[in-house]
Design a protein around this ligand. Structure first.
Ligand SMILES: [Zn+2]
Length: 587
């Protein structure tokens, strides 16, 4: 009896092992990758947060595998998504900023799956991932990439720079209905939990006073709609589904309201759930540290496509199947502080310790200090030295120069970036190629300014000029050399019909950075409003003589000549603007 039971167990174990090994030939199954923007793992119900209902995420976790310790290498949307879609760290793929094109050297998940016969489509929730504007190259390998309309008449955010989650999933569902033959790869990006927090009814009521949670609950309802759609069509059980947050949200921890500046767990620890076909490994929980760069190699393994050799990520399947393997270091980096003239940050998190490279470095023992509140950095500590070496090895490995420079981002796109609450390269206080970032201010000393800048940016997008002005004046009180604050305050004054005050701000900005075009154009606009046409001509003639190819300079110059009563010169300047724009001069 005992022997036969033993044989039976061996037989079952062998069957299981076969099932768990390489997938059968017909492994070309549908893959659905859902990324949820700005989602902290500790604000999801199945990650232990009792004050929210996220039934769709809970369902997936119950029927799939929940990774408790998953980390993104970047708190910035473009960078983190590029890592998910390439299996590479930012230092490898080089997309460290908005508008930086993804080099064709690095194959994307979509390219690799498309080569193997997959139909591929992407549905994005924000213009931040629009491949024609702020995320060039991210569309590689997708048969269909649902960009935003090039010219939107919409005044509201919706449809112009953002789409509600329900809109995004319904667009994906429509595409799936029109492309019913598997295998298909569909990536869905749900942007809603990103600020401003404006969940629709009834979530705004249910989560009154906790609108970030309201956005998450709403996003979960959109995810639920999509999962129910898959079930209705009979596509759910056999599909491979990944859901992941692209980064978290500061929510005031370490004084960071949103995300992008710091590399603490508040913005790098994300939920990660994998549902395997036919309920395999349902309900499993993986406690080992994993990275979002591990997603791509996992998918490739599960659909039987060979993985590029040079990936930074590693398949999650050994951990899913219970193997104990060496801990995976989670790297982090952010260059976004450089927008404000502050030092970029690098981090490594391993075996319960975290090191952050900064002008004032940080070291945390996460076993006893999960909130990263007690900095124990001393350069002679053995663990500090090991982690510094790990970071140095990574930097050396990636010295091949993956970084490519931002493609020229149009002024319209800069406006969109501002509308989403971010600064663009034009706002940068200092060169992003500073020889020694450690000489720049530590973001820890500056975070209050960033919070105020963010409040001001969002307020001016909504036309709340007084609120924006108050926040910007506070920034300038903290740092009167803030170029970004001077520029934005200049625009705020222009919009509140105070040209005199606007002129002062733009003049201060020109003094801070003489070649800054935004400052010069702002000053010219202020002078035109004040009818100081001769001053405007002086300024703009100098600008246009400097060889600028920006048509706005000539358009403003035409207005200044008109004001001065010089129609011939005005017509000539307008003609130059038109010829730059590639249009025929108007009669
Ligand atoms: Zn994001």
């Amino acid at each position: 009896m005992k022997v036969s039971a033993f044989i039976l167990i061996c037989f079952l174990a062998a069957c299981l092992a076969i099932g768990q090994g390489s997938e059968p030939e017909n492994a070309r199954r549908d893959v659905f990758l859902i990324t949820i923007d700005t989602l902290r793992s500790d604000h999801v119900h199945c990650y232990g947060y009792e004050q929210i209902e996220t039934p769709a995420l809970d369902q997936l976790a119950k029927q799939g595998i929940r990774f408790m310790q998953a980390f993104t290498p970047s708190p910035i949307t473009n960078t983190s998504h590029t890592s998910i879609l390439t299996g590479l760290l930012p230092i490898s793929h080089g997309v460290s900023d908005f508008g930086v094109p993804l080099k064709s050297d690095y194959p994307t998940l979509a390219e690799l799956q498309k080569k193997q016969g997959y139909l591929t489509a992407a549905f994005i929730g924000s213009v931040i991932l629009d491949s024609k504007r702020l995320a060039p190259g991210l569309d590689r390998g997708f048969d269909f990439y649902d960009n935003f309309p090039e010219k939107s008449q919409a005044k509201l955010r919706w449809g112009r720079i953002e789409r509600r989650g329900m809109d995004v999933v319904q667009r994906a569902e429509k595409w799936l209905d029109e492309h019913q033959a598997p295998p298909r790869l569909v990536w869905i990006h749900l942007y809603d939990p990103h600020d401003p927090y404006e969940p629709p009814f009834p979530f705004a009521e249910i989560y009154k006073g906790r609108l970030y949670d309201g956005e998450i609950a709403y996003t979960d309802s959109a995810l639920g709609h999509f999962l129910a759609f898959l079930q209705k069509r009979g596509w759910y059980d056999s599909a491979l589904i990944f859901v992941v947050g692209d980064h978290g949200e500061g929510l005031g921890e370490h004084h960071e309201d949103t995300h992008g500046i710091f590399l603490y767990d508040s913005t790098t620890h994300v939920p990660l759930i994998l549902k395997l076909p036919n309920g395999r490994e349902a309900g499993r929980v993986v406690d080992e540290q994993v990275r979002t760069t591990d997603i791509m190699p996992t998918i490739l393994e599960l659909v039987g496509i060979s993985t590029p050799a040079s990936l930074d990520g590693v398949s999650l399947m050994p951990l899913v199947l219970g193997a104990k393997s060496a801990s995976r270091p989670a790297f982090g980096e952010t260059d976004y502080p450089q927008r404000f003239g502050w030092a970029p940050l690098r981090s490594v998190r391993q075996d319960g310790f975290k090191l952050i490279e900064a002008p004032r470095p940080e070291f945390y023992d996460l076993h006893s200090d999960a909130e990263e509140l007690r900095n124990h950095y001393v350069p002679w500590d053995a663990t500090v030295q090991t982690l510094l070496e790990t970071l140095a090895e990574l930097t050396a490995k990636s010295q091949s120069g993956a970084k490519s420079s931002p493609s020229s981002v149009s002024s319209g796109t800069i406006d969109e970036l501002h509308a989403l609450g971010y600064l663009g390269a034009e706002d940068a206080q200092s060169s992003t190629n500073v020889p020694k970032p450690s000489l720049l201010p530590d973001p820890k000393d500056k975070i209050e300014e960033q919070n105020l800048m963010h409040i001001a940016t969002m307020a001016s997008e909504d036309g709340q000029w007084a609120k924006a002005r108050v926040a910007l004046e506070k920034v300038l009180h903290l740092d009167d050399k803030s170029l970004a604050a001077r520029l934005l305050l200049g625009h705020v004054y222009l919009n509140s019909n105070n040209a005199r005050a606007a002129e002062d701000q733009f003049e201060a900005a020109v003094l801070l950075q003489p070649g800054n075009m935004e400052a010069q154009f702002g000053m010219a606009k202020a002078l035109l409003r004040e009818k100081k046409f001769a001053d405007a001509v002086d300024l703009l003639e100098e600008t246009t003589k400097s060889g600028t190819k920006d048509p706005e300079a000539f358009e403003l110059l035409a207005q200044a000549y008109t004001g001065l009563g010089k129609p011939v010169l005005a017509k000539r300047a307008a003609g130059q603007a038109n010829s730059i724009r590639g249009t025929r001069p108007q009669q």
